[in-house]
Design a binder for this molecule. Structure first.
Ligand SMILES: Cc1cc2nc3c(=O)[nH]c(=O)nc-3n(C[C@H](O)[C@H](O)[C@H](O)COP(=O)(O)O)c2cc1C
Length: 348
C-alpha cells in the first residue's frame, strides 16, 4: 500500500463507521481541516538542478535522538479503537521504521507495555485538573524511559467535533490512566488554567527532561515558550480538531520559525500526507514533521506492519523529493526551496 490516502480508504472499509468518523473528524464545520491540506498544496517547491544527488540521506535527529527520516508519529488517543494491539503495535511499527513515537495521555495501553517494544519515544501530557494525578503520570513516563515530555497547549477544553459526539470507546478498553476510564470523560479532565509557568513545572517534575510545547500557532507564543524553558515548539492545530477557523499549520510555521530563529527545534503537523509535504515543511522552517491520522489508518488496516510500511514509504518519498529538489540531505533544505502565495510570510 503506497499512500496515506490508500491507507485511509482501506481503514474506512475495515473500521466501524463511528470509529472511522472519530478519527477523521475535525471540529466545527471543518474549515481548518480543509485549510491544513490546501496550505501545503499551495507551497511550490523550487528544485535545484545539477547538484549530484547520487547519494541522498534522509536521516536526521530530534532533540539529539537520531531518526531515520524527519517523519515522526504524533500522539493520538485510543489506538485500541483502530486495532486490538493499540499503541503497542504503533510503537513497534514506528521503532521498526527507525522513527519516533509520541504516546498520548489518552492511550489505551500501559506505559510498560509500550516501553517494552518502543524505540525512542516521548510522552504527551494534558495537564489535568488533578495535578497529583498529572505528576504521577509524568513520573511514570520518566521511569518508563520517555526522552521528552510534550505539553499539549491547545486543549484547555475539548472542542466540539463535526462528525461525532462521545468517543466510541467502551469501559472495558484499558487505559494508560485508569482513572480516565469513564466513557463520557472527554473534556472534563483537562485543566483550562495552564500557563507558560507550567513548562517549568513539568521540567522540574521530570528531573530535567526536555519539554516540547505542542499546539503553538503564533510567533509571540513560540518565543514565550522558549523564554519559559521549552526545548522545542510544535506548530499544530491538533489536526484541525480544536479551534475551527485556526490558521493552517503551513501558514503559521514560517512565522513561528522566524520568531524563534535558531533558538530551538520546531516541529509541525496537520495534513502532512506525502514526502513532498515533509520537504515543504522543512523548507518552511520545520526540524521534522509528524503524522497523526495516517498512522491510525495504517494501524487499523495493518497493525504494526502497517505503521512500519507507512513510515518507510513516506521516508522513500522524502528521499525521492530531496533528490528531485537537488538536495543530498535534510540539512540542504532551506527557505529558498519553497515559494508561497503572495501575502503569505516566509520565515524571514
Ligand atoms: C483521533 C485523534 C486523536 C488525537 N489525540 C490527541 C491526543 O491525545 N493528544 C494530542 O496532543 N493530540 C492529539 N491529536 C492531534 C495529533 O497529535 C496531531 O496534532 C494531528 O493528528 C495531526 O494532524 P493529521 O492527523 O492531519 O496528521 C489527535 C488527533 C486525532 C486525529
Amino acid at each position: 500500500m503506497a499512500s496515506p490516502a490508500e491507507w485511509e480508504q482501506a481503514a474506512r472499509a475495515a473500521l466501524p463507521a463511528d470509529v472511522y468518523d472519530y478519527i477523521a473528524t475535525g471540529s466545527g464545520v471543518e474549515e481548518t481541516l480543509a485549510g491544513n491540506d490546501r496550505a501545503w498544496h499551495e507551497v511550490a517547491l523550487r528544485p535545484r538542478v545539477l547538484r549530484d544527488v547520487s547519494d541522498v540521506e534522509t536521516a536526521t535527529s530530534v532533540l539529539g535522538t537520531p531518526v531515520a527520516s524527519p517523519v515522526l508519529v504524533a500522539p493520538t488517543g485510543y489506538h485500541r479503537l483502530a486495532h486490538p494491539d493499540g499503541e503497542v503495535a504503533t510503537a513497534k511499527g514506528t521503532a521498526e521504521a527507525g522513527s519516533l513515537f509520541v504516546l498520548s495521555t489518552r492511550a489505551t495501553a500501559s506505559l510498560d507495555e509500550v516501553a517494552a517494544v518502543a524505540g525512542p519515544w516521548w510522552m504527551q501530557h494534558y495537564l489535568l485538573r488533578d495535578r497529583d494525578l498529572t505528576a504521577e503520570i509524568v513520573r511514570g513516563a520518566v521511569d518508563a524511559g520517555a526522552r521528552a515530555l510534550v505539553l499539549t497547549a491547545d486543549t484547555p477544553y475539548v472542542a466540539t467535533k463535526a462528525r461525532v459526539g462521545a468517543v466510541p470507546v467502551g469501559p472495558s478498553v484499558p487505559r494508560l490512566v485508569p482513572a480516565m476510564e469513564t466513557r463520557d470523560d472527554e473534556g472534563t479532565w483537562q485543566d483550562p488554567a495552564v500557563t507558560f509557568k507550567d513548562i517549568g513545572w513539568l521540567r522540574e517534575l521530570s528531573g530535567g527532561l526536555p519539554v516540547v510545547v505542542k499546539g503553538v500557532l503564533r510567533g509571540d507564543d513560540a518565543r514565550a515558550c522558549v523564554d519559559a524553558g521549552a526545548a522545542a515548539v510544535w506548530v499544530s492545530n491538533h489536526g484541525a480538531r480544536q479551534l475551527d477557523g485556526a490558521i493552517p499549520t503551513a501558514v503559521a510555521l514560517p512565522q513561528v520559525r522566524a520568531a524563534v530563529g535558531e533558538a530551538c527545534e520546531v516541529y509541525v503537523d496537520g495534513g502532512i500526507r506525502t514526502g513532498r509535504d515533509v520537504v515543504r515543511a522543512l523548507a518552511l522552517g520545520a526540524t521534522a514533521a509528524f503524522v497523526g491520522r495516517p498512522a491510525l489508518w495504517a494501524l487499523g488496516t495493518g497493525g504494526a506492519d502497517g505503521v512500519r510500511e507507512l513510515l518507510t514509504s513516506l521516508q522513500a518519498e522524502v528521499a525521492e523529493t530531496l533528490a528531485l529538489c537537488g538536495c543530498r540531505s535534510v540539512s540542504d533544505v532551506n527557505a529558498d526551496l519553497a515559494a508561497v502565495p503572495p501575502g503569505r510570510a516566509m520565515r524571514g
